[in-house]
Design a protein around this ligand. Structure first.
Ligand SMILES: [Fe+2]
Ligand SMILES: [Fe+2]
Length: 413
């Protein structure tokens, strides 16, 4: 357990966040009432948690070897501004995910899984609160303006569609989204928080360990229901097919990769001592983890449900053999197993933006063929929504030679 001390925001900010919650997340009250029916841990409490700092010294970049910055005013203006932008982006994702989860929370079939998602939402609210706390506990003045109040004002008025990162602007269409998002997108969160544990601005670094403890619950709350659904699907039971889950992975994985920022960037994060690695390196570690903790796990769950005598290791081996050879073994077809989409698939930012790639990374010949392929491999409920329409419009514009920029990106260097 991470050690920490707790604090609350000054009244003005605390009240502003509570009224945001009443409007955007009224189900929090239900969570608090029923908490002890579901968990033995301390009940959820809205507060800032100030953890321990792993290293008081800045570990990378321009200021390497110096003591971490305790106050915003110690930073050069360029660094301070970049720091505030990262905190804002982080807060935006936290509040944004609550607005997404609430769209389809009520579509859950299993009340226990639904309650876990409700807890995720509450913890994301605390994470947003934490980021506001980091801003509000210091003085961030730029040209005589108070950045903290400005950012708070802006955050409180954001709706799905206006968040900083694309993944948080996507509507959830079914409860499969809530769960897949926790398995795929919260894992990006885990990577960002882990990297930010070295942050050169100490209050940010101290915020990370308690947030990471909560993030582990979010990942498990995504992977476990997926695994259960896959186990049922393998026996031709249950209401969520393996193919449907694969389509949701296809929808989210590309957005997850893009949350790391452009593959060619990230050097400023190192220079300013915010993160220890560039975007591509972090993205590759993340990709390997999704392969192991999501794809391999689901394949072994599928195989073990069909053949209960198999160990996890044997199941993973068999799954890999089937996928490598693309031939059925023990009655399991390659098409029944899960596949990690190529990093080239369904991209709209970064080096592979609008490349017409299939799930394996092979390029398709025409726009028509590509769009048909997407329609076959993305969830039906997503295809009829506004984000896919926007993607197709931008694809068109891209191939007409226009430079397409989707939304604002936060500071990623
Ligand atoms: Fe979070
Ligand atoms: Fe999370």
């Amino acid at each position: 357990m991470a050690k920490y001390v707790t604090d609350t925001l000054p009244d003005k900010f605390h009240k502003a966040l509570i009224s945001w919650q009443k409007k955007n997340f009224p189900d929090l009250d239900y969570l608090l009432e029923r908490w002890s029916d579901h968990y033995r841990q301390e009940p959820f409490h809205l507060m800032a948690k100030i953890g321990e700092v792993r290293n008081p010294i800045i570990e990378v970049g321009r200021y390497e070897g110096r003591e971490k910055f305790k106050q915003a005013k110690e930073m050069d203006e360029e660094v301070m501004e970049a720091c505030a932008a990262i905190i804002r982006a982080q807060a935006s994702t936290e509040f944004g995910s609550i607005q997404q989860h609430r769209e389809s929370l009520y579509k859950a079939q299993d009340p226990a899984v639904q309650f876990d998602v409700l807890r995720i939402m509450a913890e994301e609210f605390r994470h947003g609160y934490q980021m506001v706390y980091v801003l509000a506990s210091d003085t961030w003045t730029k040209g005589g303006k108070d950045l903290a109040s400005e950012v708070l004002e802006e955050l409180l008025h954001m709706e799905t569609g206006s968040h900083v990162l694309d993944a948080f602007n996507l509507y959830f269409d079914s409860f499969v989204d809530n769960v897949t998002f926790a398995a795929i997108i919260d894992r990006v969160g885990k990577y960002q928080l882990t990297m930010q544990s070295i942050f050169s601005y100490e209050p940010m670094a101290r915020s990370m360990p308690p947030m990471l403890v909560e993030e582990a619950f979010h990942l498990a709350s995504g992977v476990n229901p997926l695994k259960a659904w896959v186990g049922q699907a393998a026996k031709e039971e249950g209401n969520v097919s393996a193919a449907n889950i694969q389509k949701h992975i296809n929808k989210w994985f590309a957005r997850g990769l893009e949350m790391f920022g452009d593959e060619r960037g990230g050097s400023k994060n190192i220079e300013f001592g915010f993160k220890p690695m560039k975007n591509l390196e972090a993205q590759e570690l993340y990709t390997a983890e999704v392969q192991k903790e999501v794809i391999d796990l689901l394949n072994s769950a599928f195989i073990m449900a069909r053949y209960p005598g198999f160990s996890r290791h044997q199941a993973i081996e068999l799954g890999n053999q089937i996928l490598r050879s693309q031939e059925a073994q023990k009655g399991i077809e390659p098409s029944e197993l899960f596949l990690l989409p190529s990093p080239k698939f369904f991209r709209r930012r970064g080096v592979y933006a609008y490349l017409m790639s299939d799930l394996h990374g092979n390029l398709l010949q025409s726009q028509k063929e590509y769009v048909q392929y997407l329609r076959k491999n993305l969830p039906d409920s997503y295809l009829s929504g506004p984000d896919f329409a926007r993607y197709l419009e931008n694809l068109e514009r891209h191939y007409e030679g226009e430079e397409v920029k989707e939304g604002k990106l936060p500071f990623y260097g």
